[in-house]
Design a protein around this ligand. Structure first.
Ligand code: ZN
Length: 137
């Protein structure tokens, strides 16, 4: 079902403050930033082979990522598993895993992907994101 770690999401106070680290020091390919309104965040994506690092900066205090930063400070926010069938992944998590999904249907994520989050209480404390790539990338 899942065939890759699509990306690791990292919560930051300011993407601008972290660009030098990821672009210059770690020398990762910067794919740009975009706004993901559903999640109340600005994201910056960096390529690491077939996976990505996704920096998440809250757009305002109502963003779930703002709450995360208040509670935990900057750091790893979620782990995204990539698949080609997000509906199947959701069904399996619900019906076979009894897991709580954080949305009633897949949401629009960064990079034109469909995403769904699973509640960390069902995954040993990890906020898991299911990701389905669309198009041909
Ligand atoms: Zn993500």
């Amino acid at each position: 079902m899942f065939d890759r770690i699509d990306h690791v999401g990292i919560a930051v106070h300011s993407i601008d403050d972290k660009l030098e680290l990821y672009r210059e020091v770690l020398d990762l390919t910067f794919e740009g930033t975009e706004i993901v309104g559903d999640q109340g965040v600005k994201v910056a994506l960096f390529e690491v082979g077939e996976s990505l690092i996704e920096l998440l900066e809250p757009l305002d205090d109502d963003s779930p990522v703002a709450d995360f930063l208040d509670e935990h400070g900057e750091g790893i926010h979620h782990l995204a598993l990539g698949c080609d069938d997000i509906e199947g992944a959701r069904r399996r998590a619900l019906e076979e895993g009894g897991m709580s999904l954080l949305s009633d249907e897949p949401l629009e994520g960064a990079h034109d992907k469909l995403i769904s989050f699973v509640h960390p209480k069902d995954t040993g404390g990890v906020l898991l994101e299911f990701t389905e790539r669309r198009g041909d990338d």
